[in-house]
Unconditional design. Structure first.
Length: 272
């Protein structure tokens, strides 16, 4: 049985991880810095303060938050999975498919939008060109994103200037395009949960676009899903609208960056 520890078990991501992992064939040690909330104190999960001694015998450490000191992991000999938004960029990202690569000691999370784009060949056949817009919620920043948007929203409704310290930008009641990367442009929207990737497809020469059977973790929806609909499911919700006799189409892909973009890939990576 895999023995693992989650540092940051009190964060949004950490709570989801611990809840999911405790239902699988593994032993989970929840660790977190700072005081626990009332909900955590009354809940079934006992959270401990991280220390090197608690990591003895642990095979894998999952980082959902930054340890208070470097000493906590200084002597750790097992594997490390860094799921923080500011994970060390020199680490290899999690593979798109399959389990933990042999010989790798540490991995970081792969951006959810990269994982979504990797599913395209298994969702729609005949694709030639792809371009579109990623409507990104604040969920990728975890509790910091949720708290920051909430505080900004309340401040503006009170007629006050919002504090941008937590998010680094003014998010409430704002739609903020980012610099395009290739043919995909990210637009940050004032939503708490749920991302949408709206893709404009063109068929390859001599081909037509065709909907394929949904792979595992994906569901074809009857209509383009909203951020609210996708925030409560670990599935990627897809909708395809064809035009020009199948030569063009709009593919809407809705997903939650925590549930679908992180939680499900971790379970697959650890083969749980």
């Amino acid at each position: 049985m895999l023995k693992l520890a989650v540092i940051g078990a009190g964060t949004l991501l950490g709570r989801e991880l611990v809840d999911a992992l405790e239902t699988r064939e593994c032993s989970v040690l929840p660790l977190s810095h700072g005081p626990t909330t009332v909900e955590e104190e009354l809940g079934d999960v006992v959270i401990f303060a991280p220390s090197p001694a608690l990591l003895e015998g642990i095979e894998l450490v999952i980082l959902a938050e930054t340890p208070a000191t470097d000493e906590i992991l200084a002597g750790f000999q097992g594997r490390v999975l860094d799921l923080r938004p500011n994970a060390e960029p020199s680490l290899d990202p999690m593979p798109v498919t399959g389990g933990w690569p042999k010989g790798k000691i540490a991995l970081r999370n792969r951006p959810a939008v990269e994982q979504v784009l990797a599913t395209l060949p298994r969702l729609v056949g005949g694709i030639g060109e792809v371009g579109g817009t990623h409507l990104r919620s604040v969920a990728f920043l975890g509790d910091q994103g949720l708290d920051g948007l909430l505080e900004q929203t309340i401040a503006i409704l009170k007629g006050e200037e919002p504090d941008t310290a937590k998010l680094g930008y003014r998010a409430a009641f704002e739609v903020i395009p980012q610099i395009p990367r290739g043919r995909i442009i990210e637009v940050r929207v004032p939503a708490f949960h749920g991302d949408l990737l709206v893709l404009h497809l063109r068929a390859a020469d001599g081909a037509t676009l065709a909907k394929l059977e949904a792979p595992q973790g994906v569901t074809w929806a009857e209509h383009p899903a909203s951020s609210r609909e996708v925030s409560v499911t670990p599935e990627l919700l897809a909708h395809l609208s064809l035009a020009d006799e199948g030569r063009a189409g709009v593919l809407t892909l809705a997903f939650d960056p925590i549930l679908w973009g992180t939680l499900m890939p971790v379970l697959r990576l650890l083969e749980l």
